[in-house]
Design a protein around this ligand. Structure first.
Ligand SMILES: [Zn+2]
Length: 407
């Protein structure tokens, strides 16, 4: 038997075991297309759900570890790691840090499911300073970038782990570029498979109740409809504009000229609707990337232009000063670095301003405590939080969450 056909058999055995261990992931596992090739150093995936494995690696692994390898790579695909990496707009030479962060997330979940991982992949665990379980890939990535820029020379990072273009995009030397009819998965089918897996996870949980928390979270993310965050943000603003205009269309405060024709009855007068008043509360201390902030500033600039300039106020919150600072223009927003600001100070400052804002947009990485209820000085405004570093579960329900991301 050639080493490649032996590797193919071993891989097949690993996939069967993976499906036995976590049966609700089977439709994902069997959509993946194995490619045994000596070109890949160990194991990698591409965006078409091909899993490339070196024959040398499979020979060394037990069948349990091979099952772990399948589940590790499938988890990257379920997490949409490649799309999320491109949404971060980070330099490509930091891809290995992102892969490490993604591996930490994936391995944490698989350990929770008692999956045995191959030695190379199992090496990557939660050894990042400041990391805690349940963090998103993006949050862990930021921690790794900070740790790297803090002092450690590059050589300390060790050889980059590469899980392939299915995690950090681009094209690897082993990636298959021809024959898209090899059963590999295009974008539309990938979405269908992810949804099928998510449904299988939730129905298994209903029947057996033994799905690890990390996998339930993935299912939840997949089944939550993806929205275009820019469109969502703009639609909240225009809904507020319509409400404000509707409230102000008619007023009884001045007597209409027609009132003289109907003695004793005050007729409502039509008034020019005013633009909604907007406060932007910006966290300038977070670990948000400059490019992500630039993207958000561009959207805020569009919103500020569509409203009238004088109805927009900008408040910058940073860790250094307890009092939020008023800025004149969106372009004046600059990151000051440092962490741990309290966005409640910004919200309270906005709520105390008069005239009161109709809509308050808070842009933050989410590393902040929140009020349980809207600020009492302005409880009627519509509050929106732009979570610049991925979704957070601790945002109170009175704030409308918008997560800039993949779309
Ligand atoms: Zn990986």
């Amino acid at each position: 038997m050639t080493s490649e056909s032996e590797a193919t058999l071993r891989l097949a055995a690993g996939r069967v075991l993976a499906g036995d261990l976590l049966p609700y992931l089977r439709s994902g596992l069997y959509a993946m297309v194995p490619v045994v090739t000596p070109l890949v150093p160990e194991c990698a995936i591409d965006s078409r759900w091909r899993i490339y494995v070196s024959p040398g690696l499979v020979r060394k692994l037990t069948v349990e570890e091979t099952a772990g390898l399948w589940l590790h790579q499938l988890s990257h695909l379920l997490h949409q790691h490649a799309d999320r990496w491109s949404a971060l707009l980070e330099p490509q030479d930091r891809g290995h840090l992102y892969t490490t962060a993604a591996d930490v997330v994936v391995n944490e979940i698989l350990h929770g499911a008692s999956v045995v991982l191959p030695p190379a992949r199992a090496r990557v665990r939660l050894g990042v300073p400041g990391a805690h379980p349940g963090m998103t890939t993006e949050q862990l990535y930021r921690l790794l970038v900070e740790a790297l820029s803090a002092a450690r020379p590059r050589s300390d990072v060790g050889p980059p782990d590469d899980c392939g273009s299915g995690v950090t995009g681009g094209l690897r030397p082993w990636d298959s570029t021809e024959d898209p009819d090899d059963g590999s998965v295009d974008r539309a089918r990938a979405e269908l498979i992810r949804r099928q897996v998510a449904k299988d996870i939730t129905s298994h949980q209903r029947a057996m109740g033994d799905v690890p928390a990390g996998l339930l979270r993935i299912a939840d993310e997949i089944l939550t409809p993806q929205v275009d965050w820019r469109r969502e943000l703009h639609s909240v603003v225009s809904r507020t504009r319509a409400t404000v205009a509707g409230l102000r269309d008619y007023t009884y405060t001045r007597v209409s000229r027609r009132a003289s024709a109907v003695p004793g009855i005050a007729l409502p007068v039509m008034r020019q609707p005013r633009p909604p008043r907007l406060d932007m509360v910006i966290d300038t201390s977070g670990s948000v990337s400059d490019r992500m902030l630039a993207q958000v500033k561009a959207e805020l600039r569009v919103i500020a232009r569509t409203l009238r300039g004088d109805s927009v106020r900008i408040l910058a919150c940073d860790a250094a000063s307890a009092q939020p600072r008023r800025l004149r223009r969106v372009d004046d927003i600059a990151l000051l670095g440092g962490g741990g600001t309290d966005m409640r100070a910004g919200l309270t400052a906005s709520a105390s301003l008069r005239p009161a804002a109709d809509i308050v947009i808070v842009a933050t990485d989410g590393d902040t405590p929140w009020h349980h209820t809207p600020p009492p000085q302005n409880p009627r405004a519509r509050y929106v939080v732009l979570l610049l570093d991925g979704d957070r579960c601790d945002v109170p329900a009175w704030m409308h969450k918008v997560v800039p991301g993949i779309i």
